[in-house]
Design a protein. Structure first.
Length: 119
C-alpha cells in the first residue's frame, strides 16, 4: 500500500481503504498454463480486461510466462478498461492511471489501444 503496509489476499486488498501501489503474486514465479501462452502467441489480437485492475488483471500479467508472451507478441494488445470506480482499489483513477499501473507492473508491454467501459 502507499503507506508501506502489506495486505494479503484479493478480498483483503479490495476491502482496504489504503491506496494500492504495488501488487505481487505468491509464489513469486508461478508457472503459466501452457495453453494460455500458446493462445497469446497464436492470437492476431490480445484483449486484456475488463476486470478489477489490481486484484484480477495485474496479478495475471505478473505470471512470468504470460508476461513474456505478451511482451514478445508482435500483434496488437488492447486494454478494455473498467473506468467505474472500485472502492478501495481504483478510487479516483482515470484511464491514464490504469495504463500507468499496468506499465509500472509490466514494463515493456505495449498497449496499442484501449477501450473504456463503465461497468
Amino acid at each position: 500500500m502507499a503507506d508501506g503496509t502489506v495486505v494479503l489476499g484479493e478480498t483483503n486488498i479490495a476491502a482496504s481503504p489504503k491506496r494500492i501501489m504495488d501488487v505481487q503474486v505468491s509464489p513469486a514465479n508461478p508457472k503459466a498454463f501452457g495453453a494460455a501462452i500458446d493462445a497469446i502467441r497464436d492470437a492476431e489480437l490480445t484483449v486484456i480486461g475488463p476486470g478489477s485492475l489490481y486484484t484480477s488483471l495485474i496479478p495475471n500479467l505478473l505470471i512470468p510466462g504470460i508476461a513474456r508472451a505478451l511482451i514478445e507478441s508482435s500483434e496488437p494488445v488492447v486494454y478494455v478498461c473498467n473506468i467505474a470506480t472500485q472502492p478501495g482499489e481504483t478510487d479516483g483513477y482515470t484511464l491514464e492511471d490504469h495504463l500507468r499501473a499496468i506499465e509500472r507492473h509490466l514494463p515493456g508491454l505495449a498497449i496499442d489501444s484501449w477501450w473504456p467501459i463503465a461497468a
